[in-house]
Design a protein around this ligand. Structure first.
Ligand code: NAD
Ligand code: WQD
Length: 342
């Protein structure tokens, strides 16, 4: 019988791509999402890609009674992939309690239920934000974490601590934290992708919305960094590549291939690209000219960061495969689909 996996936040950006990859690998996927940052239509689009509509429940994972009731009614879940969280860095500064409550209480409720209902495995969405501006590049998993720049970033740091301490105390739970660098792009079918509410904060959605005419111009935040062209450098990872790493992490836990009860992996390409390189890449990949101007640095931004992916490559046998142009083209095709542009 197919192994049952709970994907929290499974109608969201990274979650939806991961549901598709899990289904393609033969898993029986159950999605829980309260639709606070996603749409129910995503389930139909997942079905268009995979031929399977995942089982779905809409509730808030920060509600412990509802979360417990869900597990009581859904026996046989073998692993959880926990994507559900609020993720807007800027917003988190104004409403920190919303972020701490949502992101930390959800995780703690799930860990409680893992113990109570014998669900042994969890894969957690962490972030390269836990490294801040590292002293040495590229960053390995052993690079020291820095104090977070935002309440959102701190929820990721504290969530990692909660996982570490809980797994140390309760050996029946095993976990993997995946530290994503900058996920971008969309599914090659253009049926699922990133749907930011309001003005996008992240680079690639802002680029595609500018190209689509929703924004007048892209503001490039800073050109006086110590980088190849003065703009800030990040490690942009294709969302489908990222989704596939989750399937491998699940297999690792289910097959007992993990070397420790709690493991951490960086998920990136291993290559740093500047903002201006992404802009040029977008123009090259799509043939669309982008209106942009250089403005001041954005508060809280790090200058440069990219991943050392050796540990993920060697231990997981996973490598990011998709190139920048293919990825940016997928983001543009998704934007065009959403806006009805031919
Ligand atoms: P997303 O907002 O698209 O998806 C998160 C989903 O979780 C949404 O569908 C939302 O409705 C749901 N959700 C939020 N709180 C919930 C709750 N209490 N109960 C039930 N559902 C809830 O975000 P994403 O980009 O897919 O990110 C997924 C995870 O990856 C998050 O934990 C995020 O912090 C982490 N992450 C994202 C990035 C990125 O740049 N996108 C980078 C690093 C880490
Ligand atoms: C990328 C680069 C901007 C928008 C954020 C979170 C991080 C993680 C990933 C979740 C930066 C520049 C952006 C724009 C620009 N998320 N930029 N003009 O800041 O690396 O990381 O998302 O964990 O925690 O902080 O990503 O896409 O916002 O920015 O010039 O309109 O693009 O300054 O150099 P960031 P981003």
């Amino acid at each position: 019988m197919a192994k049952k996996i709970l994907v929290t936040g499974g109608t969201g950006y990274i979650g939806s791509h991961t549901v598709v990859e899990l289904q393609a690998s033969g898993y029986d996927v159950v999605v829980v999402d309260n639709l606070s940052n996603s749409s129910i239509d995503v389930l139909d689009n997942i079905e268009k890609i995979s031929g399977i509509k995942p089982q779905f429940e809409n509730f808030d994972l920060a509600d412990s009674a509802k979360t417990s009731d869900f597990f009581a009614r859904n026996a046989g879940i073998e692993a959880i992939i926990h994507f559900a969280a609020y993720k807007a860095v800027g917003e988190s500064v104004g409403v920190p309690l919303n972020y701490y409550r949502n992101n930390l209480v959800s995780l703690m409720n799930l860990l409680d239920c893992q113990r109570k209902f014998n669900v042994p495995n969890i894969v957690f969405s962490s972030s390269c934000t836990v490294y801040g501006q590292p002293e040495v590049l590229p960053v390995t998993e052993a690079t020291p974490r820095k104090d977070a720049e935002s309440p959102y970033g701190n929820t990721k740091r504290v969530s990692e601590d909660i996982l570490n301490d809980s797994i140390a105390a309760y050996p029946e739970i095993k976990g993997i934290a995946l530290r994503y660098f900058n996920p971008i792009g969309a599914h090659p079918t253009a049926l699922i992708g990133e749907l930011p509410l309001g003005v996008p904060q992240n680079l690639v959605p802002f680029i595609t919305q500018t190209a689509a005419g929703l924004r007048d111009e892209l503001k490039v935040f800073g050109n006086d960094y110590d980088t190849i062209d003065g703009s800030a450098v990040r490690d942009y990872i294709n969302v489908v590549d990222l989704a596939k790493a989750h399937v491998i992490a699940i297999e690792r836990l289910l097959e007992g291939k993990n070397k420790k009860n709690y493991e951490i992996f960086n998920l990136g390409t291993g290559t740093g690209l500047s903002v201006l390189e992404v802009v040029t890449g977008f123009e090259r990949a799509t043939g669309v000219k982008l209106n942009y101007k250089i403005v001041d640095r954005r508060a809280g931004d790090v200058e440069k960061i990219w991943a050392d992916t050796t540990f993920a490559n060697e231990e997981l046998g996973w490598t990011a495969e998709k190139g920048l142009d293919e990825t940016l083209l997928s983001a543009w095709n998704w934007e065009k689909k959403v806006r009805g542009i031919k």
